[in-house]
Design a protein around this ligand. Structure first.
Ligand code: HEC
Length: 135
């Protein structure tokens, strides 16, 4: 019985050492999505929260990340507003009120039921999608 416990304790120590030896940083790609080369934005909390909101709303019926659909691809939106201070406020309000004329004549439907904070969270997510090359 004692021997059994000692083995268990040893196994515990061993596991702890193995887990802590810095292997998390060395690029095994289990956590990173393979869909993009833009680093590890998928670990960013703004990305995770924003993506969930986008998926729970109707956004993806008109937008994709990289291909034009009814609305502009989010990559293009991110590139267009990169470095613009007012982008989060402006785009969040535009999502709530809808509109047209920036990307073409097609209109985005308004989303008045979406809380402004959620819209801002979505915009933070969209702005992260900027392709690395356009930095
Ligand atoms: C019915 C289709 C449709 C839906 C649904 C839709 N969009 Fe759009 N979206 C558009 C169109 C069309 C435009 C381009 C508007 C323009 O040219 O001003 C656009 C533009 C945008 C822009 C850029 C605005 C600008 O002024 O540059 C953002 C950001 C955006 N949409 C986010 C969203 C989000 C987030 C959702 C979900 C809550 C959403 N859209 C749902 C069609 C849609």
């Amino acid at each position: 019985m004692k021997k059994y416990l000692a083995v268990l304790a040893l196994a515990g120590v061993f596991a702890a050492c193995g887990g802590g030896s810095g292997s998390t940083k060395s690029g095994d790609s289990t956590a990173a999505s393979s869909s993009s080369s833009a680093g590890d934005i998928t670990a960013n909390p703004d990305y995770i929260k924003g993506l969930a909101l986008v998926q729970n709303n109707d956004c993806l019926t008109c937008h994709t990340i990289s291909d034009p659909k009814v609305g502009p691809p989010y990559e293009k939106v991110a590139a267009k507003y990169a470095g613009v201070d007012t982008a989060v406020d402006y785009l969040a309000k535009k999502i709530l009120s809808g509109g047209e004329g920036v990307w073409g004549a097609t209109k985005m439907t308004p989303h008045p039921a979406l809380p402004l904070d959620s819209a801002k969270q979505i915009v933070k997510y969209i702005l992260l999608l900027k392709p690395a090359a356009t930095k």
